[in-house]
Design a protein around this ligand. Structure first.
Ligand code: HEC
Length: 217
């Protein structure tokens, strides 16, 4: 019983290479120092197995190259961040800000898709807009600030775009401005109006503000 246990212990300590009484077989030494030296050598020969591609690339790039890579990385991060910020603020917009380039850019795209067909890519309306159609309605009006658009406040412009012109016209008048409710989100309509207003001369935007003040006061 005791002998067997001793045997097992001997076997264990021999496997661990710790029993000085057990003769070491050549080539299978577990001398920690030698192993360490072996490792160090390994590192010198083929550097950092796992990080090798990066390490080698880093060395090939040199300090300037590494700086450039880091700079590009930071640049990309900032760009992505601002894109998401713009998108977030566009989606939650509740007003038309003609001085907000991101909102105006979105509005431009949406205008081309939904409004340009009738109001013209340059917002000039259809020729003959200042007359009436024989049928009773009117051609698409200019949205570029010519005409009388400044009489409408931002909220009016929004409502006409969302619900169409008919609800705001006498029942006997046929208004051909379609409503975009269900086709455009509110924030998209605000973006289109931001783009539209960015095309107005400053003087027209001032006139619109004055008209709104007069209506309120
Ligand atoms: C199918 C053609 C058509 C499309 C598409 C269209 N409109 Fe119109 N729009 C009209 C017509 C026609 C009028 C004039 C209605 C009237 O006064 O009888 C008008 C009038 C307006 C007015 C009122 C202008 C004023 O001075 O009274 C606004 C604002 C307007 N449209 C904005 C838009 C916007 C923004 C879009 C795109 C989201 C758009 N429209 C798309 C035909 C269109």
């Amino acid at each position: 019983m005791t002998e067997r246990r001793f045997d097992r212990q001997r076997r264990l300590s021999r496997m661990a290479g710790m029993n000085p009484r057990v003769p070491r077989e050549p080539g299978r030494t577990l001398d920690p120092e030698r192993r360490l030296r072996g490792l160090v050598q390994l590192e010198d020969d083929e550097p950092a197995e796992a990080g090798a591609p990066l390490g080698r690339l880093g060395r090939r790039l040199g300090p300037k190259g590494r700086f450039l890579v880091v700079a590009v990385f930071i640049g990309v991060a900032i760009t992505m961040g601002s894109i998401y910020w713009d998108r977030w603020s566009n989606e939650s917009a509740t007003a038309a800000d003609h001085a907000n380039p991101a909102q105006v850019a979105l509005g431009h795209t949406l205008y081309d898709q939904h409004c340009a067909f009738c109001h013209g890519p340059d917002l000039a309306g259809k020729p003959g807009w200042d007359g009436d159609y024989p049928s009773g309605g009117r051609p698409p009006l200019p949205l570029d600030g010519t005409g009388a658009i400044a009489r409408l406040g931002d909220r009016d412009l929004f409502d006409v775009t969302k619900f169409g012109g008919q609800p705001f016209s006498p029942p006997t008048y046929k208004n051909d401005m379609p409503g975009f409710e269900g086709r455009l989100a509110d924030a998209d309509i605000w973006a289109i109006l931001a783009f539209v207003k960015s095309r107005w001369p400053e003087e027209v935007r001032e006139r619109q503000k004055e008209a709104a003040k007069e209506r309120e006061g």
